[in-house]
Write a protein of this length. Structure first.
Ligand code: PGA
Ligand code: ZN
Length: 410
């Protein structure tokens, strides 16, 4: 069987916010094709790998990705010609050598990741196995769950909405092994929450944010938790769910203070608020509760009562994860392929996390595409959860639907 890469093609496409992104097609062997559409964040961590943008204000507000495409066509494609597509570690090593910078700023993490994941998908086609099975051939990661929980972001604030709400994501996590039941609970509570918001605040408060959740223009950071929990209670589903928060605290941190809800709070006050929230609501996890450099503050909340998740803190980076493990900052980590830029490094981070008993939450970005690879990634390695927004927009739903499909095949 020939397994050599024959062709790599790059295209500029648009993401769910109408912003350019990169789509890569890798062809290997006889005619095995893998396509990956790269996502893009808005509340990005300072230490993420670099997303290369053209910066030409005359074209798409400088957000074009033609330079990244050029890097794929002129540098990456010739260097990987005839390379064994099933050798993921070899491909990713070659990509890192070609780039040669610590944050992938020469070729762009968007260009590199596109080729990395499209290669894995082409390899699965070549082997005639589902993507998650090919991933299991690549590495052993100690699993956490047979089927990941769904982290559904039903109320959007922060940088994902045009509202007064400072906390970024209010997530519903159905407590069931069944993806079908989890989705059913998710949409029921979403519709009931929408009814409650409309009744109390009016219909414009049910407009959607970037990840398909409601974006009500309210400043009280506890009110969305109230709405979701009341919706669950109204449907008799309160014992079937837990709630999670992605505070994304860096986005409202300035000059040593957290500025939200018309107030300026210090770390102590924010910590007290989190303790209050945990006492009042059935909280499963809290993501990025403090700004992205504050490993010690994370550790203060990480007392075993709620899963404390690092996202901007750790940016899927093994070195930052190592620091977070040493400082006991987290008990969960967000896994985002484009924060680090290759599949192999992403798997390495997942492996390291699980070896330290840290839960992996495989996540989409706020700027998404039709790609469903993260569902295979979450399932392949028995991740704790799959986080893909609200079940209301196609670019979010394709990931949940792919998980449903995978589970149906077992
Ligand atoms: P982002 O948001 O994709 O805009 O970074 C997602 C998150 O913070 O989890
Ligand atoms: Zn986050």
């Amino acid at each position: 069987m020939t397994t050599g890469i024959r062709k790599i093609e790059a295209k500029e496409i648009l993401d769910s916010r109408g912003v350019p992104t990169i789509s890569i097609e890798v062809t290997a062997g006889e005619n095995s094709k893998g396509i990956f559409d790269v996502p893009s964040g808005a509340s990005t961590g300072a230490h993420e790998a670099l997303e290369l943008r053209d910066g030409d204000p005359a074209r798409l507000n400088g957000r074009g990705v033609l330079k990244a495409l050029q890097n794929v066509n002129e540098i990456i494609a010739p260097a990987l010609l005839n390379f064994d597509v099933t050798d993921q570690a070899g491909i990713d090593k070659r990509l890192l050598e070609l780039d040669g910078t610590p944050n992938k700023s020469k070729l762009g993490a968007n260009a590199i990741l596109g080729v990395s994941v499209a290669s894995a998908k082409a390899a699965a086609v070549l082997k005639n196995v589902p993507v998650y099975m090919h991933l299991r051939d690549l590495a052993d990661v100690s699993p956490s769950r047979k089927v990941p929980y769904l982290f559904m972001n039903l109320i959007n604030g922060g940088l994902h909405a045009h509202s007064k709400l400072a906390f970024q994501e209010y997530l519903l996590v159905p407590q069931t092994e069944s993806v079908e039941e989890a989705l059913r609970i998710g949409v029921q509570i979403m519709h009931e929450a929408g009814r409650l918001i409309k009744e109390k605040y009016g219909p414009t408060f049910t407009n959607f944010g970037d990840e398909g959740g409601f974006a009500p223009d309210i400043a009280d950071v506890k009110e969305p938790l109230n709405i979701l929990f009341t919706a669950a209670k109204n449907l008799g589903l309160q014992d079937k769910i837990k709630l999670s928060l992605d505070v994304a605290a860096t986005s409202f941190f300035k000059d040593g203070k957290y500025n939200f809800g018309g107030r300026s709070s210090n770390t102590e006050e924010l910590l007290n608020l989190y303790h209050e929230i945990c006492a009042q609501f059935p909280m499963l996890s809290m993501e990025d509760p403090f700004m992205e450099e504050s490993f010690e503050d994370f550790a203060r909340l990480n007392d075993g009562k709620v899963i404390v998740i690092g996202d901007d803190l750790t940016v899927t980076n093994p070195a930052l994860l190592k620091k977070a493990i040493e400082m006991k900052s987290i008990s969960g980590i967000i896994i985002k392929l484009n924060q680090i830029g290759t599949l192999t490094e992403t798997i390495e981070t997942m492996k390291m996390a699980r070896a330290a008993n840290i839960e992996c939450v495989v996540s989409h970005r706020s700027g998404e595409t039709k790609d469903d690879f993260i569902a295979d990634l979450a399932f392949a390695y028995g991740a704790f959860a799959l986080k893909s927004g609200a079940p209301s927009k196609t670019e979010r739903l394709v990931k949940y639907n792919r998980l449903l499909e995978i589970v149906g095949q077992q």
